[in-house]
Write a protein that binds this ligand. Structure first.
Ligand SMILES: *Cc1c(COP(=O)(O)O)cnc(C)c1O
Length: 350
């Protein structure tokens, strides 16, 4: 891309993305990486990142809902596994099954609906056990009859059980350990029902990186692939990843030692961060003074000029903080900072 980008844009660095994907792959091997792309690839733009990930060797895409899964299927063709796990009665289950989408099922009635959705070939399902988050998933005390029914449906050729999975908080090692114990019980009961699915998956970014026993066959990693580290946890360099997206603009006014930037709360910059963060301006750290609706001001570094590029957050190599550092300053998580960036701000891919 040789064109000059618009003054305000979100730069998505594809070489960094590739490197993060490699880091995930190497870290979790021999488990495979399911690249999670909900919310338009964490606001990075799924249309560009999904094909890129597949080119880089990713074999599984985690799409959240059926609509996203079908969009992903259209982007990447039939060779890639696409997983959707937020199903509702109104969904086009038959359409999804026909497109070979793997469906996460955490409820008996959904299991029956999915089993009735297959046309010519059995529907690929991943049975979800609730290991303690109480969001969805079949509770351990109901698991045996659930897998028994799944085994029947499989022998009738209506479904094929491809996976057993759950989701954990990754906020406390103790809670996660308890969850894993429940997961193991569910796996034992599954084997007792003569089901031997190839794909057991439990962990997202943090546990996949830091706790090898949570990896099983497949890990569902979003955040770390985008280079977003956990707030309060190990930072990017320690994890061997780097932020993919940087939010960039230019100085539009200079007065009384303040530099004015044309980004504010209405563009998704959290106003409560005023006074608590800095931005990068040609390599210097510039303290954020005010965040108004449509603009913000920072303490102008020595020698600032109109038109200087300012980086609100990014990889951190030009004086700017990372999204996670913004998050830590206002007690949230890096994903929230990145997802808040107004979708009308152009994403520029480099
Ligand atoms: C979002 C999500 C993930 C990915 O989590 P990260 O922390 O971003 O890696 C994994 N599994 C499920 C079920 C999710 O909803």
């Amino acid at each position: 891309m040789t064109e000059t980008p618009p003054p305000t844009h979100a730069l998505v660095d594809l070489a960094t993305f590739d490197a993060n994907l490699d880091a995930v792959r190497d870290r979790v091997a021999p488990a495979r990486h399911m690249f999670v792309v909900k919310n338009d690839a964490y606001a990075h733009g799924a249309d560009v990142l999904v094909p890129r990930a597949v080119q880089r060797g990713v074999e599984w895409i985690g799409a959240l809902d059926i609509e996203t899964a079908q969009h992903v299927r259209a982007l990447v063709g039939d060779d890639v596994r696409v997983f959707a796990w937020l199903l509702s009665a109104r969904d086009d289950l038959a359409g999804a099954a026909g497109e070979g989408i793997d469906l996460g099922v955490g409820d008996r009635s959904v299991l029956e609906a999915v089993a009735s959705a297959g046309t010519t070939s059995p529907v690929r399902v991943h049975l979800k056990v609730d290991t303690g988050l109480n969001r969805n998933g079949v509770r351990l005390e109901d698991w045996e009859p659930f897998v028994a029914r799944a085994a029947d449906l499989q022998s009738e050729g209506r479904i094929v059980v491809e996976g057993i999975w759950s989701h954990i908080s990754e906020a406390s090692d103790d809670d996660d350990d308890h969850a894993r114990t429940r997961f193991e019980s569910a796996l034992d009961a599954t084997a007792a029902a003569s089901l031997t699915p190839a794909w057991r998956h439990l962990s997202a970014s943090a546990a996949s990186f830091l706790r090898p026993e949570f990896r099983y066959d497949l890990v569902r990693v979003g955040a770390f692939a985008y280079g977003i580290s956990p707030a309060g946890g190990p930072h990017e360099p320690e994890l061997g990843i780097s932020p993919v997206l940087s939010l960039r603009t230019r100085v539009v006014d200079l007065r009384d030692g303040e530099a004015v930037l044309p980004l504010g709360a209405w563009h998704g910059v959290p106003s409560i961060a005023a006074g608590k963060v800095h931005v990068g301006i040609h390599g210097s750290r510039a303290r954020v003074l005010r965040i108004e609706r449509e603009w913000m001001s920072v303490a102008a570094p020595q020698g600032s000029r109109l038109g200087d590029e300012a980086v609100l957050f990014g990889p951190g190599d030009d004086g700017e903080p990372t999204a996670t550092e913004w998050a830590e300053a206002i007690d949230t998580i890096g994903e929230e900072i990145v997802l808040a960036v107004d979708r009308r701000i152009p994403r520029i891919y480099r």
